[in-house]
Design a protein around this ligand. Structure first.
Ligand code: ZN
Ligand code: ZN
Length: 861
């Protein structure tokens, strides 16, 4: 057995050399050590700040930190998008604290102020500690969140110069009471938006409107703060920053922090003897494979953390590993399930650091709250969803000298499978962008109400809120929410307008899940997901335990459940139809076409299947009597002609399976380009769609009004559909499996699916795209950019990859300007929501997720 602390390379070789695993390691990436690049302290940084930083061991800033400091000082909004642990906070704290220090010399001791926003309370608290370490006590930093006692709040408003809070508190607490914050807002110099890649989708769109409200109020008090954003490395950080704040931002992306060497393995578990739906081969699960690898690593006394997606999986990996190890070693493996008390977390840290504990299986809860670094190896059972999380997890491994090992183990789905066979998607320029759509009228309407309640809205204000604002106002007036007097719009209700919107909700009141015998509330599920997940008879998993839904009461929005352990899972069957409301943009791809616009999706859950857990075999089907639901949202869709089908050798009987398979795989791959997950989006494929008159595949945002995901798909369509084609073609299964074209949330029971015809269909579509690109004189490279490539310009150094082009000069891809009738319709719905919410008591905050179903259209079933 190799000695303890084998170099990572040797460890990986050993793992793949034993037990017939030679073909599972699909790629080894050597990430060389990166030396530090330093820059001098800018001379305007206050000596007190430099002295505290030096006392903490920072002798000089890294180059990217100094670059960010100088941009901020020049009054330029800036987004720092560098790696984990690259000291982004010093980049913004340098200018913020220096200016606040200067401000303490003003007569009232508060000549300058700054606001810090974090997505969570915990992060804000952590940042307060950091600011306190760097700043002399006369910079008064204070937390302001739901836990701040009332007597302290007054002090914060009057005296604090650095206020740390979250967007929810800004929206509900600070902006509506801006008069009481006037002295703070008057001198507001900086707004720090930390972890800004977290502001994505509907939540991100809401936060973007909250920031616009903040900018409007500041302008009224005579201030115009500079925005300093910190982001994980993503594609187009400057574009995201501009969408979020509405201001042009400069991106700082050249990371000057040092990094130890790392060996990164990509790993694909083997196919098993088991068969799944329609006889498809299934792979060994990523968690089972992780348990095997963890066993080998612990035997070699390698300190390892395995990241999994659920608490149940954490327990399974720990148990399986313990079973596979001899006794004394088995006791050195544990599961971490989150929700631990501070003492327990510290004890866990100590055991890992001392080496008493060798193997830990954990949910990503570990990312917050436990300091684990300097491990020998990190295993990731399944792609954690974004590159930011991937690097955050992998970054737990590594001590300077030895280097570190990280292994990504693929789950049985198209995205993971694609990634372990396309390392460039992980290790080259990032392709995924943080996506949001602040112009969504459903998001905007309640913020216009909140803004009008803060200060009457005037016509010049509308520009700030974007092109959707003007058509919305008359609708909100007709609903009795706003009234125009003179040249301004006023909020007319007695209720607080800000209470009408929950930044983290996604519309509709959530369904409560109640345990039948005890009446205990187990949790909630989003209204949009309820029909498919908690219908009567559904098996519902909650924190690793399984429940059977006894009754789903639509009127009271309650699902009564009881603890049960049936030998099956359930999956809903539904019928989905989609119609095009308006088309914003269409691009001709040879004979084929690609479009983006507004759609109406009507979905009805009609029954469900029971599938035996052990074999995946269908045990039976039951009917359900649920009403259809309508969703108005944004979609990207593509069509091909009959001639193209002939060229691709796809006869009519293969078409439904080809389109359906292409749709499933494309939904699986979109998260590679936009920070969504496959449950945020849905799809419909139709052999002959009445609105296009052609075979058409739609992919739509699962949230009312859209969240920007479909739009990103439209912008990166060539790359996205090329990756989709690759994922299907490369899968070693014969006729389709969960790694390529089967979907875990298919409303049609994954039927029909035709893997081979799907590849031919995408080939003929993409051939049209490339031909069109050549015809219009654009090179193939530009075609890779998707339809918005023509808006882009090269980065300032002329070397930016295609994905970065439209970011550097601050130009943003055009967002939709809804046509007036559509906007009015959307606003009417949005206003209904605002009205209902205004009557309701303050809703409990908490992130909810939409789970749109996907399904083929009526003609495809
Ligand atoms: Zn397959
Ligand atoms: Zn499907």
């Amino acid at each position: 057995m190799p000695p303890r602390h084998s170099p990572p390379e040797a460890l990986l070789t050993t793992l793949s050399a034993t037990r017939g695993r030679s073909d599972r390691l699909t790629h080894t990436e050597h990430l060389p050590a990166r030396p530090a690049r330093y820059a001098p302290w800018p001379d305007w940084i206050r000596p007190e700040v430099v002295a505290s930083a030096q006392a903490m061991g920072v002798r000089q800033p890294w180059a990217h930190q100094a670059e960010a400091m100088n941009l901020a000082k020049s009054g330029q909004s800036v987004v720092i998008a560098t790696g984990t642990a690259s000291g982004k906070s010093l980049g913004y704290l340098g200018p913020v604290l220096s200016d606040l220090l200067v401000g303490t010399e003003a007569r009232n001791g508060r000549g300058a102020t700054a606001l810090y926003l974090a997505p969570t309370k915990a992060l804000a608290a952590d940042q307060r500690r950091r600011a306190a370490e760097l700043a002399p006590p006369r910079v008064r930093a204070a937390l302001y969140d739901g836990d701040t006692p009332p007597e302290e709040r007054e002090w914060v408003r009057q005296y604090a110069s650095y206020v740390l809070t979250n967007p929810d508190m800004l929206h509900r607490g600070i902006l509506p009471a801006h008069a009481r914050w006037s002295s703070f807002l008057k001198t507001l110099r900086y707004v720090v938006v930390d972890e800004c890649h977290g502001y994505r989708g509907v939540f991100g769109s809401h936060v973007a409107q909250v920031l616009r409200r903040l900018r409007r109020i500041c302008a009224r008090y005579g201030s115009s703060p500079v925005f300093l954003l910190a982001s994980a490395t993503t594609a187009d950080p400057a574009v995201t920053a501009q969408r979020l704040t509405g201001l042009p931002a400069e991106a700082v992306t050249e990371d000057g922090s040092p990094r130890g060497p790392m060996v990164f393995g990509l790993w694909e578990p083997p196919l098993t003897e088991n068969v799944g739906e329609h006889g498809a081969p299934v792979r060994r699960t990523a968690t089972a494979e992780a348990a095997h690898l963890l066993t080998d690593l612990v035997e070699r006394e390698t300190r390892t953390v395995v990241f999994v997606r659920s608490r149940r999986a954490a327990e399974l990996v720990a148990l399986q590993t313990q079973d596979q190890l001899p006794r004394p070693l088995a006791d050195r493996v544990a599961a971490y399930r989150g929700g631990y008390l501070a003492d327990e977390r510290r004890a866990l840290e100590r055991s890992l650091h001392s080496g008493r504990l060798l193997g830990l299986a954990s949910t990503s809860a570990l990312e917050l709250g436990v300091d684990i670094s300097g491990l020998d190896a990190v295993l990731m059972a399944g792609y954690p969803g974004t590159r930011a999380s991937l690097w955050q997890q992998a970054g737990r491994a590594g001590r300077e000298a030895q280097g570190a090992l990280a292994v990504l183990i693929a789950r049985d789905d198209p995205l993971d499978t694609y990634l372990v066979h396309h390392p460039e998607a992980l290790f080259a320029t990032p392709v995924e962008a943080t996506v949001l759509d602040p112009d969504n009228p459903h998001v905007l309407a309640p913020h216009l109400c909140a803004a009008a309640a803060e200060l009457p809205l005037t016509d010049p204000d509308l520009e700030l809120f974007g092109p959707s604002a003007a058509p919305l106002l008359p609708v909100l007036e007709r609903r009795g929410l706003l009234r125009r007097r003179g040249d301004a719009w006023y909020w007319t209700r007695r209720e607080r307008a800000a209470d009408a919107v929950d930044l983290r909700g996604s519309g509709g009141s959530p369904v409560q899940i109640v345990e039948a015998p005890t009446g205990r509330l187990l949790g909630t599920v989003d209204a949009s997901a309820a029909h498919t997940t908690v219908h009567t008879g559904a098996v519902h998993l909650h924190q690793g335990r399984s429940y059977l839904v006894r009754d789903f009461d639509l009127d009271s929005s309650v699902a009564l459940v009881e603890l049960a352990d049936p030998p099956y899972t359930t999956s809903a069957r539904d019928i989905t139809s989609i119609s095009v409301l308006s088309t914003d943009t269409t691009v001709d791809w040879g004979e084929g076409r690609l479009s983006f616009g507004s759609v109406e999706v009507v979905n009805q859950v009609v029954g469900y299947l029971r599938k035996r857990i052990s074999t995946g075999e269908i045990m039976g089907e039951s009917k359900l009597d649920l009403p259809p639901r309508t969703l108005r949202t944004r979609a990207v869709w593509w069509s091909v002609t009959e001639d193209q089908l002939l060229d691709a050798d796809i006869p009519p009987d293969q078409l439904p399976g080809a389109a359906h398979a292409a749709e499933h795989a494309s939904i699986g791959l979109l998260p590679l380009f936009a920070t969504c997950d496959r449950w945020d989006i849905g799809g419909v494929s139709v052999p002959l769609h009445p609105d296009t008159g052609l075979p058409t595949v739609f992919v739509y945002d699962g949230h009312p009004g859209g969240a920007g995901f479909a739009e990103r798909g439209f912008q990166r369509a060539v790359r996205w559909l090329t990756a989709t084609r690759e994922a299907i073609a490369a899968c070693e299964c014969e006729r389709g499996c969960p790694s390529c074209v089967q979907s875990p949330k298919c409303g049609n029971g994954n039927d029909p699916l035709d893997k081979a015809a799907a590849v031919r269909l995408l080939d003929v579509l993409l051939a049209g795209a490339h031909a069109a690109a050549e015809e219009t004189g654009r090179d193939r490279e530009a075609a890779q950019d998707g339809p918005d490539g023509r808006h882009g310009r090269h980065g300032r150094d002329g070397q930016a990859g295609p994905d970065e082009r439209d970011g550097r000069d601050g130009r943003v891809a055009p967002t939709h300007v809804p046509d007036p009738t559509e906007a009015a319709q959307a606003a009417a719905e949005a206003a209904d929501g605002a009205e209902a919410a205004a009557r309701a008591v303050e809703r409990e905050a908490g992130r909810t997720t939409d789970r749109p179903t996907d399904g083929s259209g009526p003609g495809a079933s």
